[in-house]
Design a protein around this ligand. Structure first.
Ligand SMILES: [Zn+2]
Length: 152
């Protein structure tokens, strides 16, 4: 048995310069929580309730065009904003923060609601890859939204 995988111990965190308690044996506790069934991808090509489908309205009311390939737009709920003033906060070196500017774009790789990138044809994936540009940031939120359908 590996001592470090089964025995309580402490480890030195050089970044925080402190000892951290590690109790690996606690992962052996029984789990009685909820177990989710895997989500199945939708079968329909179009969903009239989807914010990303062609021709539909998004959450804030903008209408998506009737796109046939890739559709890229500014994220309606972007994690970053382009017009934020540069500010720094330092409260006794305990609270350090800086404002951050940026643009978050949503890329719909396909107009077909049910597709994920793994189900797209190679030529369609190549076409979609051309819309990516250096410096383009896709926020985690965007990836989450795209994670299910319309691409990733
Ligand atoms: Zn859709």
């Amino acid at each position: 048995m590996d001592l470090w995988k089964a025995t309580p111990h402490k480890r030195w965190n050089p970044l925080e310069r402190e000892w951290i308690l590690v109790s690996p044996h606690r992962t052996q506790r029984p789990w009685q929580g909820q177990i989710e069934t895997p989500q199945q991808p939708p079968e329909s090509v179009y969903d009239p309730e989807c914010y990303l489908c062609p021709g539909n309205s998004r959450a804030q009311g903008q209408a998506n065009p009737a796109y046939e390939h890739t559709f890229v737009f500014d994220n309606d709920y972007a994690a970053l904003k382009p017009d934020i003033e540069k500010r720094v906060i330092n409260q006794n070196d305990l609270l350090l923060a800086e404002t951050e500017r940026g643009i978050c774009r949503v890329i719909c790789f396909t107009p077909e609601h049910h597709l994920t990138i793994s189900r797209m044809r190679p030529e369609a994936i190549r076409r979609e890859a051309r819309c990516r540009r250096p410096g383009l940031v896709i926020s985690r939120e965007c990836c989450t939204r795209l994670g299910g359908y319309h691409g990733l």
